[in-house]
Design a protein around this ligand. Structure first.
Ligand code: F6R
Length: 246
């Protein structure tokens, strides 16, 4: 089942995504949420914080597993994804931080760090609901085009286009952007019970359409989601185009 939610704008798309996450949290208060960084989910996190403050949802029993992290950045670096999650969500809700997991970008033994992360995801019982954004080249997590669909957590060399897109966080200086990341693989993402992928803005229209209307191919990593049994695609009018609500 793939369900499309075409919302008016970024705010309503963020509220719709928060509805789906909240429903999961209410129905299963000890859910394992797979979380993403990037600009797209920021509004969703703000909405979840608001609902927490209003007493409508609680993170007290929630476990979270993030998708990815830059190699070489620790949680105190303000460009790390651990820092992002603390700043944009965890510091503002009642989540137990010892149950928030982010791949370890500092472990010098990359292979061990990947296996450890797969073990963590397994030991918490797998992800119930995985939140995703989508890159302009179709990447999900840091699974760049060409990565096979059967990988667990692994190290990736970032593509030029991703380095360029992310350089906005380093004052436009591409040389400062880390060149590698540790990411859940497509197989890890696909093992989640449900997937919620968000796309907002005109610039995401082409890739989100290719992901769900085009062929299933590692050239468009997000196209793998067509094979998943339960996917929610949430976006604004600018991105969703002809992808419409069921
Ligand atoms: C973030 C992540 C990435 C982003 C993607 C879109 O954890 O894994 O795949 O979801 O790069 O980023 P934004 O939302 O900034 O357009």
């Amino acid at each position: 089942m793939i369900r499309f939610y075409k919302e008016h704008d970024y705010g309503s798309a963020s509220r719709r995504a928060a509805d789906i996450l909240s429903a999961q949290m209410i129905l299963k208060p000890d859910s394992v949420l797979g979380l993403a960084t990037g600009s797209t989910p920021v509004g969703t996190y703000q909405e979840l914080i608001r609902r927490y403050q209003e007493g409508r949802i609680s993170f007290a029993e929630i476990t979270s597993c993030n998708l990815d992290e830059y190699v070489g950045l620790g949680g105190d670096n303000d460009q790390s994804y651990r820092y992002f999650m603390n700043h944009n969500l965890f510091d503002h809700v009642d989540i137990d931080k010892s149950r928030t997991f982010v791949p370890d970008g500092l472990d010098p033994d990359h292979e061990a760090a990947c296996r450890k992360y797969d073990e963590i995801v397994k030991s918490v019982g797998g992800v119930d609901l995985q939140l995703l954004g989508i890159g302009h080249d179709g990447h999900i997590g840091f699974n760049e085009p060409g990565d096979s669909f059967d990988k667990g957590t692994h190290i990736v060399d970032l593509q030029e286009s991703t380095i360029r897109a992310n350089s906005r966080f380093w004052g436009g200086d591409e040389s400062k952007v880390p060149k590698q990341a540790i990411t859940m693989g497509i197989a890890t993402v696909m093992s989640a019970g449900k997937i919620l992928i968000m796309a907002c803005g005109e610039d995401k229209r082409d890739i989100i359409t290719r992901a769900f209307r085009g062929p299933i191919t590692p050239k468009v990593p997000a196209s793998a989601l067509q094979l998943h049994p339960c996917v929610f695609v949430v976006g604004d009018e600018a991105a969703m185009g002809d992808l419409v609500k069921d």
